[in-house]
Write a protein that binds this ligand. Structure first.
Ligand code: 2HG
Ligand code: ZN
Length: 475
């Protein structure tokens, strides 16, 4: 079928506003970081799972590749089409209904295009909490979050996206709909297929709806920012808080001096509410769903003991919602500040929690050996051992010269990660950025199994080609 006939047929299937072409596809074909720019034959915006399924069936029959896209917030180019213009991009943005919320089951059933923020608000309105929080939650949507198994700030307490999903509705590569929106807490019925699709980055099918677990809404939240002389001290404080009350510790986020400096320099309206700058910072949040838990006293006692022991140099506690949000803003703006500071190279890596200080020291040494003036600006989810070991263009080096060193710098960081049995891809996924490293990290039976699963579910290789799995030539 010629391209124009395909687009006419898809337009008839999806109705008004369902198909965009030409200049109207602009916002969809470039990733947020500006690393990847592709082209799409058309952008589909289906308003129902059924119409999406019919469009996928047609694409499958005609062997047209498909790129699913949620909020287009991928940091690894996972939702950007290639430059050929052959693919149809499917935006889930109009599948944005909350289908059900059950405060007894503590479940939220919602469509893929609901933003995480809207999902959190729906849960809060019903006296519940959707315990997933990521910096891009205003734009990132549930389908993409599940397709990439996003982690974020509360993994420490509640797990990654996959730990919150009880059921899924999917459109398979041949256009079949799998309605697996189950709300069961126990369901041992063979292979757990939904977990195969979660984290598959759109390479096995398109998530159209999900059932997510909720928890009772916290009625107490305590947030503190601390300054510490060393990463070892930061980790010692984490261990102390976990010993004191692991159940109430919902976030323990790390920020290096360099990364904090970039936030203070590039983000208008933020200030550091501490007397002095420090080498390391952590943001701590405790929460409880009952009024009785003595969270404030617990945090004050722990911080006083840490001050006494020299583990921290300074601390501030949020005394109002506004202060709590301001402290979180200091953490959430690191990605934006780094973008504004110049070219940057992201290393979304993880190591065992106990290895974080040694990892930070060794990785810093490794990248400085390559570029002595490099700006090393790590931050991230220390409580999960997930550090965004991000590198920012040095002032004395043009962006192109710095980016030309990307492979060497990532390799240097990954060599250190490997020494700690860590992961080169902690929470952002593989996308288009990292398939070339899959053979090294997941070669042997693991990659072979992944390829066989891919072939079994998507035999024509039409779902998000170029993402996650390396092309045969790359292996
Ligand atoms: C975060 O933790 C996100 O804020 C983004 O995962 C990390 O910019 C990054 O590298
Ligand atoms: Zn993160």
């Amino acid at each position: 079928m010629p391209k124009t006939a395909l687009i006419d047929t898809l337009s008839a299937l999806l109705g008004p506003g369902g198909v965009l072409t030409g200049a109207d596809t602009e916002a969809y074909v470039q990733d947020w970081r500006g690393l990847y720019r592709g082209q799409a034959a058309a952008v589909l915006r289906p308003a129902s799972t059924e119409s999406l399924a019919r469009a996928v069936q047609l694409c499958a029959q005609l062997r047209v590749p498909i790129v699913p896209q949620g909020g287009n917030t991928s940091l690894v180019g996972g939702a950007t089409p290639d430059a050929s213009g052959a693919a149809i991009l499917i935006s889930l943005a109009r599948l944005n209904r909350i289908r059900a919320l059950d405060p007894v089951d503590l479940t939220l059933t919602l469509e893929a295009g609901v933003t995480l923020k809207a999902a959190q608000d729906a849960a809060a309105d019903a006296g519940c909490l959707l315990p997933l929080s990521i910096a891009s939650e205003g734009s990132a949507s549930i389908g993409g979050i599940l397709a990439t198994n996003a982690g974020g700030n509360n993994t420490l307490r509640y797990g990654n996206a996959r730990d919150l999903a009880l059921g899924l509705e999917l459109v398979l590569p041949d256009g079949q709909i799998w309605s697996g929106l189950r709300r069961l807490r126990k369901d041992n019925t063979g292979y757990c297929l939904r977990q195969l699709f979660i984290g598959s980055e759109g390479t096995l099918g398109i998530i159209t709806a999900a059932v997510l677990k909720l928890v009772p809404k916290p009625v107490q939240r305590e947030v503190a920012l601390i300054a510490a002389p060393s990463a070892e001290a930061v980790l010692a404080l984490l261990a102390a808080l976990q010993r004191a009350d692991a159940a109430s510790l919902v976030a323990f986020e790390y920020m290096s001096a360099e990364s904090m400096c970039l936030v203070l320099r590039h983000i208008p309206g933020v200030t550091l509410p501490l007397s002095n700058a420090a080498a390391h910072y952590a943001l701590i949040e405790l929460a409880a769903a009952n009024q009785q838990a003595p969270l404030r006293a617990l945090l004050e006692t722990q911080l006083a003991a840490a001050l006494e022991a020299g583990l921290i140099e300074d601390a501030t506690l949020a005394l109002s919602d506004a202060q709590r949000l301001a402290l979180w803003r200091l953490r959430e703006e690191h990605t934006e500040a780094q973008k504004r500071a110049g070219a940057n190279i992201k290393n979304d890596v993880s190591v065992p929690v106990s290895a974080v200080p040694a990892f930070l020291a060794q990785a810093t040494e490794a990248v400085r050996a390559l570029i002595p003036t490099i700006r090393v600006a790590p931050f991230g989810h220390a409580g999960d051992g997930n550090i965004h070991f991000n590198l920012v263009q040095p002032p004395d080096m043009p962006a192109a010269a710095f980016l030309a060193q990307t492979d060497a710098l990532m390799q240097a960081v990954n060599d250190v990660v490997r020494g700690f049995d860590g992961s080169f891809s902690a929470e952002h996924g593989i996308g288009r950025l990292k398939p070339g490293q899959m053979q090294t990290w997941r070669g042997g039976p693991e990659l072979d199994l992944m390829r066989r699963i891919k072939h079994a579910i998507d035999p024509h290789g039409l779902m998000n080609p170029g993402v996650l799995l390396p092309a045969p030539a790359e292996t």
